[in-house]
Write a protein that binds this ligand. Structure first.
Ligand code: GDP
Ligand code: GDP
Length: 438
């Protein structure tokens, strides 16, 4: 199930970073952290009273002349409108209501996105509450007073935010159509791929009606089957200025990947595979999504009989954490192998949803253990009692053992490979949960 996305928007110095850090770092736990990606706190996975959501900081405004601030705030707000399910609009009680607040509030109101209006720096509720009422003038609902630095009012604020989650979750759950995200660095050819796909004769394109995401998603019918392509409007609109900024490219990736079943990671064949590609692919991997790696601009490469082999090796090496991913060599320009993309997506979808029988699974594990002894430490050897698949998307297995400490990563990887030898599971990561049974 996809998690709701919450974005923070507000002028410089109102306390966005402080709020972000107190949400991501304090008594509220970060569920997962991607090294490198969250370095400058672009996003965080947050749990609040058993609800999970992704918090994004659209941040990055350089305090400069007020004109520049307003135009940057508009960009920020647009990104939040494009990508978030709920927007936290944060203002500052000390500075009071400012003209640019009103302009951004107008923009948010017109978007019809759920907005929670937060008034920060209310360090003393008794004394400062009268100043909070002024913010009713923004016309975007009741102001929620908080103090980000003293962590006051945060719980009430999150209650307001999570009120909107039910709608998001219900809407996504009802929708059985597979969701596809096309991601990658700027200029790798994402827009070209989308436009070419949507322009194909065999493809029927229609806008998605009845959801709050209708502005950004596109329904595609191919061979009688329906797919939702996520955030295609954003790509087709070609917001190049935004995309150039790594922050925004990562926000777009995270928010699209969160909602996707299968992620197509596009790589530029001319440029070759890079660390930034690995970062982007890593977001899909850590979220357990189905993955197809599409090496694009294949037309622009001089080829001999070893070129594919060499490219494949290079991609496998740089993306070594996802050996299961399917690699395709395509060209958005000529259309080469683009129609195979749908077949590959179907294959990955099937593998993501595959369930294996416990009996067969345990036979494979027993055989694997007989072939390669389990690890031991200080005379104690790992015993595997029982393995069972507990869920899909991604396929998740629970292994019951005598001692978790002995279940080394490398041995679990070995078992994973044995499972893959039999069942394939191409294009999807597998998740293993180790449980002790005394
Ligand atoms: P951003 O530019 O919106 O990310 O704002 P920052 O989080 O960097 O905060 C700007 C300034 O406001 C910093 O000096 C913070 O310490 C201060 N600040 C943030 N939250 C509060 C608060 O709740 N009360 C007070 N008094 N100051 C705060
Ligand atoms: P995006 O930023 O990832 O959406 O990339 P675009 O679709 O805007 O493409 C960036 C540039 O690469 C454009 O100049 C495209 O014409 C070019 N391009 C995209 N796909 C291909 C391809 O398959 N072959 C070649 N030779 N150029 C391509």
């Amino acid at each position: 199930m996809s998690k709701p996305i919450v974005a923070i928007v507000g002028r410089p110095n109102v306390g966005k970073s402080t709020l972000f850090n107190s949400l991501a770092g304090g008594n509220i736990s970060i569920v997962k952290d991607t090294p490198g990606v969250t370095r400058d706190r672009i996003y965080a996975d947050i749990e609040w009273l058993g609800r999970n959501f992704t918090l994004i900081d659209t941040g990055g405004i350089e305090p400069d002349s007020s004109d520049v601030i307003l135009s940057q705030m508009r960009e920020q707000a647009q990104i939040a409108i494009d990508t978030a399910d709920v927007i936290i609009f944060i203002t500052d009680v000390r500075q009071g209501l400012v003209d640019s607040d009103s302009k951004v509030a107008d923009m948010l109101r017109r978007s019809h996105k759920p907005v929670v209006l937060v008034v920060n720096k209310v360090d003393n509720f008794d004394k400062l509450m009268p100043d909070v009422y002024e913010f009713y003038n923004l016309g975007i609902g009741d102001p929620v007073p908080i103090s980000a630095s003293s962590k006051l009012g945060i719980g009430d604020m999150l209650d307001e935010v999570s009120k909107y989650f039910d709608d998001v979750e219900a809407e996504e759950e009802e929708d059985e159509r597979p969701k596809i995200a096309v991601v990658g660095k700027p200029n790798v050819g994402k827009s070209s791929i989308i436009n070419k796909l949507l322009g194909e004769n065999r493809v029927i394109v229609s806008n998605v009606a009845g959801t709050t995401r209708d502005a950004i998603d596109t329904q595609v019918t191919w061979d009688g089957r329906e797919y939702i392509f996520i955030d295609t409007a954003g790509l087709r609109r070609k917001n190049k200025i935004k995309e150039e900024l790594e922050r925004y490219s990562i926000i777009r990736t995270v928010t699209a990947v969160d909602r996707a079943d299968v992620v197509v990671v596009v790589i530029d064949a001319v440029e070759g595979v890079t660390e930034q590609d690995a970062k982007i692919a890593g977001i899909a991997h850590e979220r357990g999504k189905g993955v197809v790696i599409a090496v694009n601009k294949w037309d622009a490469i001089e080829k001999d009989d070893k070129t594919i082999y060499k490219y494949t090796n290079k991609v496998r090496e740089t993306l070594s954490f996802m050996p299961y991913a399917e690699i395709m060599f395509i060209s958005a320009q000529t259309g080469q192998r683009l129609s195979k993309l749908f077949e590959t997506i179907d294959m990955v979808l099937a593998n993501q949803a595959m369930r294996v029988q416990t009996g067969v699974l345990n036979e494979i594990i027993t055989e694997a253990v007989a072939l390669q002894q389990t690890p031991s430490d200080k005379g104690k050897r790992l015993k595997i009692y029982y393995t069972t698949q507990v869920s899909v998307k991604p396929p998740t297995f629970v292994i019951f053992v005598n001692d978790k400490e002995l279940a080394h990563f490398s041995y679990i990887r070995y078992l994973e490979n044995k499972i893959r030898d039999t069942f394939g599971f191409k294009g999807t990561s597998l998740k293993f949960i180790i449980r002790e049974r005394k």
